[in-house]
Design a binder for this molecule. Sequence first.
Ligand SMILES: CSC[C@H]1O[C@@H](n2cnc3c(O)ncnc32)[C@H](O)[C@@H]1O
Ligand SMILES: [Zn+2]
Length: 451
Amino acid sequence: MNNTAHAPKLSPPVPIDLLIEACWIIPIEPANVTLEDYALAIDQGNIIALLPQAEARTRFAPRETVLLPNHILMPGLVNLHTHAAMTLLRGLADDLPLMEWLKNHIWPAEAKHVSPQFVYDGTRLACAEMLQGGITCFNDMYFFPKAAAEAALHAGIRASIGLVTMEFSTAYATDADDYLDKGMTVRDQLRNETLLSFCLAPHAPYTVSDQSFARILTLSEQCHLPIHLHLHETAQEITDAEKQYGQRPLERLRQIGLLSPGLIAAHAVHLTCDEIDTLVAHGCSVAHCPSANLKLASGIAPVADMIAHGLNVGLGTDGAASNNRLDIFMEMRMAALLAKAQSGDAEAVGAHQALRMVTLAGAQALGLDARIGSLRPGKAADLCAIDTAKIPLTPCYDAASLAVYSAGREHVSDVWVAGIQRLKSGQRVENDEIELINSGRLWQNRVRLSK
Ligand SMILES: CSC[C@H]1O[C@@H](n2cnc3c(O)ncnc32)[C@H](O)[C@@H]1O
Ligand SMILES: [Zn+2]
C-alpha cells in the first residue's frame, strides 16, 4: 500500500516579500503581551501574519528573511506633535518661557527665513533624525505644508501634514482664509499619496479667531479631517483667555463645537478634572510633550489622571527648537517617570502603557489605527527594532521594561515603513547624511548672520 495515500495534504509554502524573525515581539494589540521567538510575515507592505517562528518557516516562502536574534520588534513609533522644519532653529533660543521664546526669538526668525526651501530642508533633516530613532509617522504643523509633505515623501516616512491657520500674515499666507485655501489645495494635490494624511492645524486659541474656528469646523466635518492645535499649554494662555473672552480656551472651543474624536490637543498641561472629563466625553486626544513642557517651564501635564479617566494620550517631541531633540524614546521615558512622580503612584504609566502611547494611541488620535499602531495582520508593516546586545541593555528580564526604561534611540537598529526598510543594522538606507548636515549648516550660517 502507498504510505502517502492517506497523509494530510500539505499546502505549499506561500510566497511572501519578507519574513522577520525576532527574539521578542511586542504587538501592542493584544495589550500587555510580549511574544518570544515569533515571526512577522509581510507582503506588499502589509503584515499578513504574526506566528511562531517554526510555523512561519513551513507556511511561508519569503523572498527575504531578516533574523533579529537579540532584538525587540515593535510597531513603528508615532510622534504626535512636532514642527519638523524647526530642526533648523534647534538651539537658537534656549532657557526661555513660551511667549518670550515665541514672540522675541522664534517668530522673528521665522519671519526672516521661512520659505518652501527652508521647510523642505528642515523637514528632511527632521525625517532622518526621526527614522533613525524609530519614528515612522509624525504629525506636523508648519508653514508651507507642501514642502513638508515633499520632504516626508522623499524620506519615505509616514506623515500627517498640518494645514496651518493663524490670523497673522507670514511669508506663507496673508490671513486665515488664505492659510485655509492654501492648505486645502495642498491636500487636494497630495491626497492620493498613501504615506500622507492631513490635519487641519489652527495654531492655538490665542492666534485663531472664532470665525476662523467656525470655518475649520465646517471643513473638518465636510472633509473628515482631524484638528490639531496647541491647547492649554501655559497658565498664561488661560488667564489671558479669561481676560479676552471671559472663558477658558477649552470651553471656548466646546461652545464653537470643535470638540470631537478628531481633536488633538497638543500639550494640554493645564486641565482641571472637569476639563479632562470634557475631553473624554467628546473622544478627543492629547499629544503630551513632556520635554518641551519642562524646557519652556510650562508645567507637567496630569497624565496619570488623563489615562485613569480614559483619555487617549499620545506623545510628541514638539519642534527641535523647544526640545531640542526629536527623540520619542526620551519622551516615552519622561512620560512614564513624570506620571509616577506627579501622581505619587509608581504604577502610573507602566512600560506597556508607555509603549501604547507612542504607537496605538498616536495612531488612534490621527484616525490611522486601522493602518498603523500595532502588529495586527492587515496593518501596514511600519516597524522598529531595538538591538539588545548592548552593555546598557543587559540583562533582559522583560522586553517592554527594557524598551521604555533602559533603551534609547541609539539602540534602534532597523526600521521599516510600509514594508520598506529605512534603517538597516543601525545605518540609514538613504545615503544622504553629508548632504543633510551640509544643508543644516548652510541654514545655520544664514540664520546666525541675520540675528
Ligand atoms: C503655524 S506653524 C506653527 C507655529 O507654532 C510655533 N510653535 C512651535 N512650538 C510651539 C509651542 O510649543 N507653542 C506654540 N507655538 C509653537 C512655531 O514656531 C510656528 O510659528
Ligand atoms: Zn508645538
